[in-house]
Design a protein around this ligand. Structure first.
Ligand code: LLP
Length: 441
């Protein structure tokens, strides 16, 4: 069965009677006028369709837990949706923990991840009652045990391992290959298990965690990943008599940015994972552990679009035509960072003939600030509303104030309603942490 991550556009996208693009029953041109641009627009129906596909696809799995990887896009409103959809949260910084906690999220359903969690972050995580910590390295094992002891607590932990699986994605977003900054090398896993058993009495080892990469189109890497993890579980059981009950296989499922992308459906991924869990637990004669998955991009990526207003343009003699918009690498760093490509339409002219090759440039003082290179679009006029699809994941969350450009607003749309979920930053907020030392006055 097809799932929403396999389409470029949010599931509610249509052309309305004004001839404009509409998402969640809201006219994108009207949204741009009402809230200003650049504007992130998130379609609630698409997010919920994806979370429900995940739940449905895995329903035959005895003990499955969905965790949304909040790094993809996190606001308090998103935490609420995840809570309603019975997803937990995979968090990776003190700021993400704070956001979840202040949205009222049940912190026992959160996992804290990361390769260099600080003392303050770990301390805060335990104070907030984060459910599980995925420990990445030896330094963190010792630190976390000390903190847990000082708070008189026993912490449930997973060990993050490097499974040695390469997947074909951009090298910056591969994580599970052997030469990676994340996780315990398998050759040193026993040392960690022994330390927990013999010295770290405030840590309760409940399972293993891995994440092989992001924007993955192949199913088989998940099959192999589960195999690697189960083999380790069997080995640890035989060698130490320790039974590990939890396996977290990370996130990574891809989405469709352009027609070139061919992501698989959530049902296909689920089938592969469920099969692999069955085959490998039979093979190694271990009881099926609880399975955790933590998708980020596939949950919110397709639901989000970014709206810009077209400004100046320039035709280089015998060269490219550049069309500038009122945002750029500060609201979407992915094109300049990963050469990411997007599908673009003109929200007030979606049916126009794509007769012109154009390069959409951002407004930042940098030649590399190009949002889309050499794409075919109808002729753009100043003031047009330009819509970039599939910007929901790692767009706003990686945004910056480069050039002191203000952070965009984000709205959630559903059934003709639009609600602000992130206010546009103001100039006052931009400068609120700036201090002029007395001696400069
Ligand atoms: N779990 C762990 C431990 C992770 O490190 C990540 C993503 C996820 C889950 C979620 O993976 P997803 O389902 O979103 O693929 N900024 C990059 C993506 C970096 C992904 C980092 N880790 C981009 O814009 O493509």
């Amino acid at each position: 069965m097809k799932t929403a991550n396999q389409d470029i556009k949010p599931i509610t996208t249509k052309i309305n009677q004004n001839g404009n693009i509409e998402i969640g029953g809201c006219d994108l041109v009207e949204l741009a006028n009402k809230y200003g641009t650049p504007l992130y627009v998130f379609d609630e129906a698409t997010i919920r369709s994806i979370t429900r596909s995940y739940k449905d696809a895995f329903k035959s799995c005895k003990n499955i837990n969905m965790m949304f990887a909040a790094k993809a896009f996190m606001t308090k409103a998103v935490c609420k949706i995840m809570e309603q959809e019975e997803f937990g949260l995979d968090l990776c910084s003190g700021g993400e923990i704070y956001t979840a906690k202040s949205s009222g999220f049940d912190m026992s359903k959160t996992l804290f991840n990361g390769n260099n969690k600080s003392y303050d972050e770990l301390n805060y995580a335990l104070e907030c009652g984060v459910g599980t910590v995925s420990v990445d390295n030896f330094f963190e094992l010792a630190l976390l045990n000390d903190i847990a002891k000082s708070q008189n607590k026993t912490v449930r932990i997973l060990l993050r391992i490097t499974p040695g699986i390469e997947c074909h994605t951009h090298k910056y977003i591969q994580t599970g290959h052997l030469d990676s900054k994340f996780g315990f090398d398998l050759t040193r896993l026993d040392e960690a298990v022994e330390l927990i058993r013999d010295e770290y009495s405030n840590l309760n080892l409940s399972g293993l965690h891995a994440h092989i990469g992001s924007q993955i189109f192949e199913k088989n890497v998940y099959f192999d990943e589960v195999g690697v993890i189960f083999k380790e579980i069997k080995r640890i059981k035989d060698k130490y008599g320790i039974t590990l009950h939890e396996v977290n296989i990370g996130g990574g499922l891809g989405i469709k940015y352009t027609e070139k992308d061919t992501p698989v459906s959530i049902y296909e991924i689920a089938e592969t994972i469920i099969n692999s869990v069955k085959i490998h637990s039979d093979k190694y004669e271990i009881e099926e552990p609880s399975i955790f998955i933590e998708p980020g991009r596939s949950v919110v990526g397709t639901a989000g679009v970014t709206l810009y207003t077209a400004g100046s343009s320039k035709q280089v003699p015998k060269g490219r035509k550049y069309q500038a918009v009122d945002g750029g690498m500060s609201d979407n760093a992915r094109p300049s960072l990963y050469e990411a490509e997007y599908t673009v339409e003109i929200a007030n002219n979606p049916k126009g003939e794509a007769c012109e090759k154009v390069t959409i440039a951002g407004k930042h003082c940098e030649s590399g600030d190009i949002l889309a290179k050499d794409i075919m679009l109808p002729e753009i006029e100043e003031g047009d509303t330009i819509c970039f699809y599939t910007t929901g994941a790692y767009g706003y969350s990686m945004s910056s104030n480069y050039n002191r450009v203000l952070k965009s607003a984000a709205v959630l749309v559903n059934n003709g309603n639009s609600d602000i979920i992130i206010n546009r930053q103001s100039y006052e907020q931009l400068c609120e942490n700036d201090i002029i030392p007395d001696r400069l006055n």
